[in-house]
Design a protein around this ligand. Sequence first.
Ligand code: 3HC
Length: 304
Amino acid sequence: MSIAHAIRTVGVLGAGQMGTGIALVSALRAKVPVLLYDQSQDQLKKGLAFAEKLLEKDVSKGKIKSEEAKEARARIMPVDSSLGLKGFRDTDMVIEAVSENLPLKQTIFSTLAAELSPDAILASNTSSISITKIAASAIPKGASAASEEGKKSAGRVVGLHFFNPVPVMKLVELISALQTTQDTLDRARSFAVACGKEVTTSNDVPGFVSNALLMPFINEAIMCLEKGTATRDDIDTTLKLGMNHPMGPLQLADFIGLDTCLAIQKTLYEGTSDSKYRPSILLERMVDAGWYGKKSGKGFYDYR
Ligand code: 3HC
């Protein structure tokens, strides 16, 4: 029997490509009011404009009615920048989708734990960072990890890993921290299902299932290019036509963001101390150069 998620309002933190997509499926599919926050007002505006564009496209393709699009758009409300994370105070769940930086996430979860009701779920869309480490940061200052207060606060933290582009990709990976309670897992799963997603579960290991498999594949493709095994186009075409992948690994790396790929690869390398996960030097250099892929206009391909 499926458990009701009981989410009346969801907060989404970060209005980049992932956060905007999560806000959109929450409003359109799960039909819950969404508070969207980004510390950059410019990014917030861009995110809202992108959500509108996607809704209009769905209407023009006849996938949804114009009324449904209007209702979904009206459900997404920007959080006033002066409020910051306090703007999420009355939400029943916050899904964090900021960049892959552990200290940043720890500060965010510590603040959210202090601001939100003790029953609110705190979810991270992290691609590879330990949910257990993030959950530990939700323990109130002065409380121990073994206290009832500490266990309850860390127990509402969960990994809810969406895939890009969120409106299109059918999967959400659910990750349990050591501390996550069954009730949190059940409600988070139920919310992902309400967003129209299939859910798989993974233990809290570096990269979970998805990125522990995908990133070494992308990293090997970059190493092939680095070693001169084949050209960019031949590497991508081999995988597209030989294995029926929708895009080749170098194009996919550009699409995900090379900075994100490097951050995940480093998490795998550092989290396992296994040399098989060493990031490609070419990937490191491209990130040094500010070539982040599609979002920056240049990666393995040119997008200007
Ligand atoms: N947002 C919303 N919808 C989008 C979109 C976006 N950014 N980009 C494309 N779409 C939609 C299109 O509107 C179209 O919808 P339709 O079927 O209703 O017409 C559909 O996707 C197909 O798009 P196109 O016809 O333009 O192009 P393609 O057929 O080439 O598909 C793609 C584009 C869906 C992105 C496809 O190339 C693909 O599946 N690529 C692989 C994506 C992937 O692997 N994602 C996972 C990345 S890993 C990840 O996210 C985890 C993280 O932790 C790193």
